[in-house]
Write a protein that binds this ligand. Structure first.
Ligand SMILES: NC(=O)c1ccc[n+]([C@@H]2O[C@H](COP(=O)([O-])OP(=O)(O)OC[C@H]3O[C@@H](n4cnc5c(N)ncnc54)[C@H](O)[C@@H]3O)[C@@H](O)[C@H]2O)c1
Length: 264
């Protein structure tokens, strides 16, 4: 999508971090913004001074994302860019993950993206104008770091969904990108702040975040890369060049397994 000015972008997880930077960068490019999040105070700060609306939305609830789409079309009559960006992280070995951990993280990170696809894509197709979907995954969707298993599972699924969606939507002139950063300086390490009471663990304290390899970027250059990828219709958005070594090692292991497949 070369022309962004005057068009409409929906951004979830827009109250903080990457989502806030994305909303601002897309507004800077002349887009009208529909900013969604569970954090209404943060949303108000994001939208302040922008041409846009804030809509409280829990992306893990399908009906709330359908209502978000209704609000977007009611406000602006069209949606051109959808950034399924809301996400939460938790740390700890899979052997200790609780059912509530799985429900919470997959509910936001995976079902949030699925709901975004369900609510927006058919209407974007029906609208018959060019469009773009950006799904925020993570380098954790391409490399599985120890101690991040629940999160990795959700992000691998978002990568798989996106790698298919880009093919499925090509005939309709709707582009897809998947954002896969390593560390970005946001409030992700304090994700527990937004965990719904019904999904909180009883007693046990949350495990401490694992240290990530690579640099910690600020959200603004990451958002600028997303805007560029929308304009140039680029699928993978990999902000950290230091990802390359880790990805190479993964594919080397896969390659070795293929070469080594004959039983000894
Ligand atoms: N920060 C990093 O290092 C990093 C790296 C790779 C990927 N990511 C991904 O980037 C995305 C944005 O995270 P961030 O780093 O900006 O963190 P952040 O915590 O600063 O922002 C995440 C936002 O999502 C919102 N949110 C949480 N649950 C929600 C729900 N159910 N419905 C709607 N909104 C909800 C939060 O309120 C918050 O405003 C996430 O998908 C995250 O997994 C982050």
């Amino acid at each position: 999508m070369r022309e962004l000015a005057g068009r409409v972008a929906v951004v979830t997880g827009a109250a903080s971090g990457i989502g806030r930077a994305l909303a601002r960068a897309l507004a800077q490019a002349g887009m009208r913004i529909v900013a969604a999040d569970v954090d209404e105070a943060g949303l108000a700060q994001t939208i302040d001074g922008l041409d846009g609306v804030a809509v409280r939305t829990d992306v893990s609830e399908r009906r709330e994302v359908l209502a978000l789409a209704d609000r977007a079309w009611a406000a602006y009559g069209a949606v051109h860019v959808v950034c399924n960006n809301a996400g939460v992280a938790l740390w700890g070995g899979l052997e200790a993950a609780t059912h509530r951990d799985w429900r919470w993280v997959l509910g936001v990170n995976l079902w949030g993206v699925i709901h975004g696809v369900e609510a927006f894509v058919p209407r974007m197709i029906a609208q018959q104008s060019e469009g773009h979907v950006v799904n925020t995954a993570s380098m954790a969707g391409l490399i599985a770091s120890q101690g991040l298993g629940v999160y990795n599972t959700s992000k691998y699924a978002v990568v798989g969904l996106s790698e298919t969606l880009v093919k499925d939507l090509r005939p309709y002139g709707i582009g897809v990108s998947v954002l896969c950063p390593m560390g970005v300086a946001t409030r992700i390490r304090d994700s527990e702040r937004g965990r719904p009471p019904a999904l909180r663990n009883e007693g046990a304290a949350a495990a401490a975040p694992v240290e990530l390899i690579g640099r910690t970027l600020s959200p603004e250059p990451v958002a600028a890369m997303v805007v560029d990828a929308i304009r140039r219709n680029r699928f993978y958005i990999i902000p950290h060049e230091e990802s390359l070594e880790a990805i190479r090692r993964r594919f080397q292991r896969i390659e070795e397994a293929i070469r080594d497949r004959e039983p000894a």
